[in-house]
Write a protein that binds this ligand. Structure first.
Ligand code: NGQ
Ligand code: ZN
Length: 459
């Protein structure tokens, strides 16, 4: 049992001073008592926020961020970027994947993300044969998360087809593929690594309606239900207009309508990139209780389109944020861009705030904490009993925070873009993993990461 005394902290019911937080040996909060100055506890000065869950990551893509920005021959698009990404993914070794993930997860912690949902789809050797241990690459991701100290919801991806109507996959997709039996075996193999762990959860990710047939979707749900009937289920749903049109052609329904028609979507689901929605789909998705997984910087980078956040939140919809392809690893930037996308198209301001006089930053931060924790299926995202002890300490001496109190701190962090992040320290599961802005193993991870990227660049 360890006790922290937070000088000023954001609790579920708002800001409090001198918050005494008791944490057990598993890194879980057992009690939170505001206004309880106590001499024996470890003091955390400054301003403490709960850590944010990052609900969508493809860790290996961090190593190609910025390397797909030169227009190739013909029009560059999501689909040509995807070809570049496939070529990149095709060359990675297990050690590369672990090195990239460790560096990324340390960067996430430095940015205030204390747990991540890893949508993990590179499973096999470059020629498509499984590794001797078919879960090899899952173990690499788990090892990286463990080394960095980030909470992890591991989502092995089911991928079988190259498009709607059961199209055969392309050769470049062969590292991703499973049939339903092999996929169920992979899940079974992973289960023991999650037993009794407060900082990990196993879920599933049918990749998209393009990659998984209706039968396979049902088989994946049956497989995970046999293990954990409340486990998270994530899917890429409606990111590009072309996939909406293909879905309409193949099924007569748009992707979100089609999925909701199956009668399976509830609050264990996260629909990633529910970008293209009709008004009817927006209302239905909000009513389903599922989380809309938004990845603003990646969606901007890939030219996806804009999610109707104003309407979705007005309908009571739940949202969370993910850094997806990791063109940015910065929670403040994701939240800012989410709001700015709405401002630019609607020519208004403070569009996602909760009402007149309410802070936009607070609304965005609270929604992302709550929706992110739901999507990860982990008790996290709040400084509250039962949650993981994930604390993000902002330096109240940072120039951009000067004079800001209460919710204005969140507005300043998110909307006063700063060359130096005000995040100074981070505790994840009660462990002090970021000190003075740097992950405690940053040097070691960065050296291995640089070596990996140089070797990949020379190949
Ligand atoms: C992915 N990324 O799985 O990495 C996808 C691209 C696809 C995003 N959708 C591949 N942002 O959707 O087919
Ligand atoms: Zn994705």
């Amino acid at each position: 049992m360890h006790r922290f005394l937070l000088h000023r902290a954001l609790l579920p019911d708002g800001w409090h001073d001198d918050v005494l937080v008791a944490v057990d040996a598993q890194g879980r909060i057992t009690a939170v008592t505001p206004a309880a100055p106590e001499a024996g506890a470890e003091r955390i000065a400054g301003i403490v926020l709960p850590g944010l869950p990052n609900l969508h990551s493809h860790a290996f893509q961090r190593a190609m961020a910025g390397l797909a920005e030169a227009a190739g021959p013909g029009a560059d698009s999501f689909w040509t970027w995807r070809e570049t990404m496939y070529r990149f993914a095709g060359r990675l070794t297990p050690a590369d994947i672990e090195a990239i993930a460790a560096q990324l997860y340390a960067e996430m912690l430095q940015a205030g993300y204390t747990a991540v949902a890893e949508f993990h789809y590179v499973h096999h050797q470059p020629d498509g044969r499984p590794y001797d241990d078919p879960a090899e690459l899952s173990w690499r991701v788990l090892a990286a998360a463990e080394a960095a100290g980030i909470g992890l919801t591991h989502l092995p991806v089911l991928y079988r087809h190259g498009g709607f109507g059961g199209r055969e996959p392309q050769p470049r997709q062969r590292r991703f593929l499973h049939d339903s039996d092999a996929y169920a075996r992979l899940l079974d193999k992973l289960v023991p690594a999650f037993a009794g762990r407060a900082d990990r959860r196993l879920g599933i990710a049918p990749h998209s309606l393009r990659a998984v047939s209706p039968d396979l979707l049902r088989a994946a749900l049956a497989a995970i239900d046999g293990i954990d009937a409340a486990a998270p289920v994530h899917i890429h749903i409606a990111e590009q207009i072309a996939e909406v049109e293909e879905c309409l052609g193949a099924t007569g329904r748009r992707p979100v309508d089609w999925l909701l028609d199956q009668g399976v979507v509830n609050d264990r689901w996260c629909l990633v990139h529910a970008t293209h929605l009709t008004a009817g789909e927006t209302a239905r998705l909000a009513a389903s209780g599922a989380v809309a997984g938004l990845c603003p910087t990646t969606e901007a980078n890939l030219g996806d389109g804009l999610f109707p956040a104003v309407e979705f939140l007005a309908a009571g919809g739940r949202i969370g944020i993910g850094s997806d392809s990791h063109v940015s690893v910065d929670a403040a930037e994701e939240l800012r861009l989410l709001e700015y996308g709405q401002r630019l198209t609607r020519r208004g301001r403070s569009l996602l705030a909760d009402g007149p006089g309410r802070s936009t930053g607070r609304r965005l931060f609270d929604a992302a904490c709550r929706g992110g924790a739901q999507a990860l299926g982990l008790q996290c995202g709040a400084i509250a009993a039962g949650c993981r002890a994930d604390f993000v300490r902002l330096d109240d001496e940072a120039a951009t925070l000067a004079g800001a109190g209460g919710d204005a701190v969140l507005d300043a962090w998110i909307f006063a873009g700063q060359p130096v992040s005000p995040i100074r320290d981070v505790w994840a599961g009660g462990r002090h993993v970021v000190e003075n802005g740097r992950h405690v193993r940053a040097g070691e991870f960065a050296a291995r990461y640089r070596q990996t990227l140089r070797r990949l660049a020379e190949q």
